[in-house]
Design a protein around this ligand. Structure first.
Ligand code: FE2
Length: 292
């Protein structure tokens, strides 16, 4: 029996590679994070000419591989591809055209820091067997109405490689997520399939390349939708195939994700995300600074 997870929940996670925990975060905390994310977007959105479009295959197109690679210890804004018209002009206001913020809000913004570090999250990480959990990256995903793009089927270990595998995704529904507005889909038990690819820095360390170990795609059948009310936490094993559909509806589908690794494993030096000035921290003890 764990501190937070029941024996049944733990067994479910081991069997399926994911676990849905409704009502984990209070709706008020979710709304506080939502307001903060929109404010950060408004304050920090770059001029569209300098924008990085974050595409469904996970690669920055447009300008800005450097902007992407530096985001591991910054708060950067990434646009939706479909936010631009055929002439390359934004169809809507810039901050309403973002795909996401990434990837260090949990260490650089006090509201995100507080949301990301709680005794409950620390207990869940311990229950999952993480000995020294470290919060590696955070993403605030807007999945805007009508333009929110799909995320193709992938496993998180491909992007955040440790030996042995240790990455766990903590996915929070900030808005209600349904099949209509692009909820997560996951392949039950798919975490037992050997990981098929790895994205890493190339020799120049200014771009990423994908090493493919197995050309066979993940099964397209058998995925199940993980519809989730605001406040739901979904835990995702690092080798679990998952995706999310496009948001074709009129309702936004905001979500917040933290990817944590175990500090006792080896974090590979050619992973895209490298920290040089900002040390990694665990789930306890938010920084003392208060939000403005
Ligand atoms: Fe993912």
């Amino acid at each position: 029996m764990g501190e937070w997870l029941s024996a049944t929940q733990h067994a479910q996670f081991r069997q399926d590679g994911f676990l849905v925990l409704p009502d984990f975060a209070e709706p008020e905390r979710c709304l506080e994070l939502r307001h903060r994310a929109l404010r950060l977007a408004l304050e920090r959105v770059p001029s569209p000419e300098r924008a990085t479009v974050f595409t469904a295959d996970g690669k920055p197109a447009h300008a800005g591989a450097d902007y992407f690679l530096r985001s591991g210890e910054a708060i950067h804004c990434f646009f939706e591809r479909d936010a631009f018209d055929a002439d390359g002009r934004l169809r809507d206001e810039a901050h309403l055209s973002l795909n996401k913020l990434g990837h260090a809000m949990h260490d650089l913004d006090p509201v995100f820091d507080r949301f990301s570090r709680t005794p409950a999250l620390a207990a869940v990480a311990r229950d999952l067997g993480m000995r020294e959990p470290l919060l590696l990256q955070s993403m605030y995903i807007f999945k805007q109405p009508r333009i929110g793009g799909e995320v193709a089927c992938h496993v998180d270990h491909s992007y955040l490689w440790t030996e042995p595998l240790s990455v766990v995704g903590f996915w929070f529904a900030i808005d209600d997520a349904t099949t209509a507005n692009g909820c997560l889909w996951a392949l039950p038990g798919g975490h037992r399939i050997p990981v098929k690819s790895r994205s890493r820095l190339d020799g120049s360390r200014t771009a990423t390349v994908m090493d493919v170990f197995d050309e066979e795609p993940y099964p397209s059948e058998g995925l199940v939708p993980l519809e989730a009310r605001r406040g739901t936490l979904v835990l995702l094993h690092g080798a679990l195939p998952h995706l999310s559909g496009p948001n074709l509806s009129d309702r936004p589908r905001h979500a917040y994700t933290i990817h944590a690794i175990d500090g006792v494993t080896r974090y590979l030096p050619d992973n895209w995300l490298q920290r040089s000035t900002l040390p990694l921290r665990g789930f306890v003890t938010p920084a003392p600074a208060s939000a403005d």
